[in-house]
Design a protein around this ligand. Structure first.
Ligand code: PMP
Length: 321
């Protein structure tokens, strides 16, 4: 689909996957005016094709577009477009346990010019890719280190938007993490560098005693759809959930005294990713003996079960294609 000021969003079409031809002066190449989303289509055992809360991806797109001076896309149209593309050939959608069809909607500014200003012409595209199971042998705890050198987001910046620029700025930390034997980094806030914010490209949860804590949506973290679903489920299960700022000191104290009973990351890719070890300034804490926590497993089973249509969807979170 294309956007121009005269015609708005128009020319929606489905065409075979192929390279794009863009003007070398297209704004996206120089000023990174673009956004993207990510969700998965799962095939249930009885052959249904399910999307998980695509309305939330549409809402997040609205917010991202607003921040990035990208024209609004009607949220129903956004979901209908995904359904149309995913529905082209249901045979593409893998059905083996753990597999899915990853759906990547994205928008780029393709207007050619060299001054700095919001573009007037955009392309909205949706591409698909089959993906295998995130964990080959079931959930596996990860090792994380606290990033002290670089930050992901600062107040007033673009941390709550889903845009390539945020990821480009995080690549250096990811490289550092991998070189030092860690799977991911724990991001701290960009001002005082003491409040925990996110884990890699996921939201972070900490179970301290019987309280489950996650960072509040103050504009510097991405409002994850899995995060929202986890908070909803925990509340339904009668658990104490706090969206509050928490310092890395508090996390480490809780870790050393054994009160940090579980820690996990949430996101579309892995759903729930338990953390087994956390490292900060040369100190390490092991969480739940480096094993998968009971709550992490329960949340994974419930959410993944819902996504593949094996847990009854009482909240109407799944949308059939
Ligand atoms: N934070 C960041 C920075 C992310 O890239 C993602 C992945 N989209 C998330 C959190 C988790 O969001 P979601 O649950 O919607 O996948």
């Amino acid at each position: 689909m294309e956007y121009s000021p005269e015609q708005g969003w128009h020319n929606g079409r489905i065409q075979p996957y192929a390279p794009l031809q863009l003007d070398p002066a297209a704004a996206v190449f120089h000023y990174a005016q673009e956004m993207f989303e990510g969700l998965k289509a799962y095939k249930s055992k009885d052959g249904r094709v399910l999307l998980f809360r695509p309305d939330m991806n549409a809402r997040r797109t609205t917010n991202t577009n607003e921040r990035m001076c990208i024209p609004h896309i009607d949220e129903e149209l956004f979901v209908e477009a995904i359904k149309a593309v995913v529905g082209v050939d249901r045979e593409w959608i893998p059905s083996k346990k753990g597999t899915s069809l990853y759906v990547r909607p994205f928008i780029i500014a393709d207007e050619p010019f060299l001054g700095v200003r919001p573009a007037d012409h955009f392309l909205f595209m949706i591409i698909l890719s089959p993906v295998g199971p995130y964990y080959e042998g079931g959930l596996a705890p990860t090792k994380i280190y606290v990033e002290n050198e670089f930050v992901r987001a600062t107040p007033g910046g673009t941390g709550a938007a889903k845009i390539g620029g945020n990821y480009a700025a995080s690549l250096k930390s990811q490289e550092k993490a991998h070189e030092s034997g860690y799977e991911q980094v724990l991001w701290l806030d960009g001002v005082e560098r003491k409040y925990v914010e996110e884990i890699g490209t996921s939201n972070a949860f900490f179970k301290i005693g019987d309280e489950v804590v996650t960072a509040p949506l103050t504009g510097t973290i991405l409002p994850g759809i899995t995060r929202d679903s986890v908070i909803n489920l925990l509340k339904q299960w009668g658990m104490k959930v706090s969206e509050r700022r928490m310092t890395i000191d508090e996390v480490f104290e809780a870790g050393k005294s054994g009160k940090l009973v579980e820690m996990f990351a949430t996101g579309t890719a892995a759903v729930i990713s338990p953390v087994g070890e956390l490292s900060w300034k040369g100190e390490k804490v092991t969480i739940n003996n480096g094993e998968i926590g009971e709550l992490s497993q329960k949340l994974y089973d419930e959410l993944y079960g819902l996504q593949i249509g094996e847990v009854e969807d009482k909240l109407g979170w799944t949308v059939e294609v």
